[in-house]
Design a protein around this ligand. Sequence first.
Ligand code: EPU
Length: 441
Amino acid sequence: MSSVLTIRGGIPLSGRVAVRGAKNLVPKAMVAALLGSAPSVLRNVPEIKDVDVVTSLLQLHGVKVDRDPTAGELRLDPKAATAAPSAEIDAHAGDSRIPILLCGPLIHAIGEAFIPDLGGCRIGDRPINYHLNVLREFGAVVDKRPGGISISAPRGLHGAKISLPYPSVGATEQVLLSAARAEGITELTGAATEPEVIDLIAVLQKMGALISVQTDRTIRIEGVPELGGYSHRALADRNEAASWASAAVATRGDIFVEGASQRDMMTFLNVYRKLGGGLQIEDDGIRFFHPGGKLSPLVLETDVHPGFMTDWQQPLVVALTQADGVSIVHETVYENRFGFTEALRRMGATIQVHRECLGSVPCRFGQRNFHHSAVISGPTELHGADFDIPDLRGGFSHLIAALAAEGVSRATGVDIIKRGYERFTDKLQALGADFDLEEDR
Ligand code: EPU
């Protein structure tokens, strides 16, 4: 049986929460440690399931992992890296997509990699074709087998000229992790430049890699034969921070998010201010609050960095149900990221989703069968409902809606939230939410 969260909503969330290292950086920095000839130390590591999954996968491959969860510190020693039995990799990968990023480092460390069929959030097909093409460009042989993919490089990985058809975060990281120790120079055009990608480059530079980022989405990597360890503090989780920010305004509350970083959230902060959300930016975090009065509707498109991040979209849509007028949101990164609005409609929100591009950002999904634009009319009174958590961000958005709604909501499948939100029930408690959690038995 899955855990059930019962929420009695309608209480403004108020208080202080802290965010630690980014879910979308920490697992990749852990993987990077495999490239080193010496141990690495990672700090500001959150207690989330994605970190548990990568810890298990690395241990299975012979990496010694010492973890102090309270201090948020990991020590990773790759000295005894070795191949792992494929059935066990499968069992440990769970629903994570991180294993695909183990390929380059594993090939450098032990000459081969096996990647189980990948999970991740249900927000579209989430193919791995860019990743496999990148690995082939480096000279790897990709062999699809039942239950997974076996990858080897009999003559090692060689630098290549690579052009991504879309600035994919994961494929860019695949290139970085494969190229840092590849023979020769790699030039990547059409790269993603999200802050988490730049932080991974910082990690690799500490290890001795030679990587330069140009202004036109080109990244140049001069392969080096050996890398050392690193000591690094992970950048803060801007997606978790944006989720609490949306929760503050949707519940008419007031939340100080310790660790939230203005530099990595500028686009979000502009949008939040246009919505009418209150902001107070301090050195150690950001206070997000509802200043009273009406919220303004928005016209918004998600995009790759420095655009409005797709992971900020779902929590903000909940806040838009409380804005005074019609908002339009065009999702251009994932083709299927509005499924979560069905539960919001059941809770009383007025949201229509459309196949058409309701925006001007060139998008790969227009006039196809993807409902990737949403029109939200507000303000609407939300009322409690029962729902099953569909994915990480959509699921957290359901929780925000339930916290804002009058009445009782029951959420099943809440364990998904633990993939990327550290101790979220402790944080809800600290913010004064009224809920009961019936833990998985
Ligand atoms: N894509 C392909 N082929 C590929 C890879 C990606 O077509 O081989 C497409 C995807 O289907 C999507 C687009 O390219 O339409 C962008 O995907 P990207 O590769 O950038 O996403 P990702 O690396 O799989 C990371 C985050 C996501 C975040 C995106 C976009 C991690 C573990 N995940 O995913 O985070 O939304 O970048 O910034 O870093 C989340 O945190 O909930 C989450 C989904």
